[in-house]
Design a protein around this ligand. Structure first.
Ligand SMILES: *Cc1c(COP(=O)(O)O)cnc(C)c1O
Length: 217
């Protein structure tokens, strides 16, 4: 329930709730909108485009899913923040499309911190290499805002906390080389682990099923 999560967030006024509405029908988004929710997270391009056409213009769209390079154009046009930059090739394409659309797009780098093989994202080493390279200096149409990650899919809270902590430590270390005016977003925490994520410094939590119920695939 949206209301319940909001109540839990009153103690954390700086944490932004991104309502993850992927695979949910439009009516579910409209209801949340009418309850005051403005930030919505989508993970599929086609779905984002369709929903953006039908929802009010003041919705803030967050793209959180794996993004294919041939679909970057509409995401750059619609998203206020792309959470899921998981390769340099994708980053280059996002920058290119943003330039073509004469805009600067806010991005997060997705770190692979989970102790699983299946998740997308940069390793800490790859991400550090990229952020300290000269290559990003020529990317004038992306604004590096911070880090996104997903914790291991487990009930083990210590492991989840450990994953968030690695991302948090990386974020802090990268602060030394990034523009402090921009580098201020830590996107971690989902329905099952957002309280731990907040304890571990999250500024944005991405909560889906706890708000909208189970997704229908
Ligand atoms: C689906 C998804 C979420 C939301 O997951 P819930 O468990 O439903 O809260 C958050 N982040 C990402 C990247 C997702 O793909």
């Amino acid at each position: 329930m949206l209301e319940e999560i909001r109540n839990r967030l009153t103690a954390h006024p700086d944490v932004k709730l991104v309502a993850v509405s992927k695979y949910q029908p439009l009516v579910a988004l409209e209801q949340a909108y009418n309850e005051g929710q403005r930030a919505f997270g989508e993970s599929r391009v086609q779905e984002l485009v369709q929903k953006a056409e039908r929802m009010p213009a003041d919705v803030e769209w967050h793209f959180i899913g794996h993004l294919q390079r041939n679909k970057v154009k509409s995401v750059v046009a619609l998203a206020s923040l792309i959470h899921s930059i998981d390769s340099e090739r994708l980053l280059v394409e996002v920058n290119r499309q943003a330039e073509a659309q004469a805009k600067v797009v806010d991005v997060l780098l997705q770190l692979h911190v989970a102790q699983e093989e299946t998740k997308f994202g940069f390793s800490l080493g790859e991400c550090w290499e990229l952020l300290t390279s000269d290559r990003i200096k020529t990317m004038k149409n992306v604004r590096f805002r911070g880090i996104m990650c997903m914790a291991s899919n487990t009930d083990n809270e210590d492991r989840i906390r450990q994953d968030f902590r690695r991302a948090r430590t990386f974020f802090d270390e990268a602060s030394v080389v990034m523009n402090p005016a921009d580098w201020n977003v830590k996107s971690w925490g989902m329905s099952g682990d957002f309280p731990i994520a907040i304890e571990e410094g999250a500024t944005h939590i991405r909560v889906g099923s706890l708000i909208f119920g189970e997704r229908i695939y």
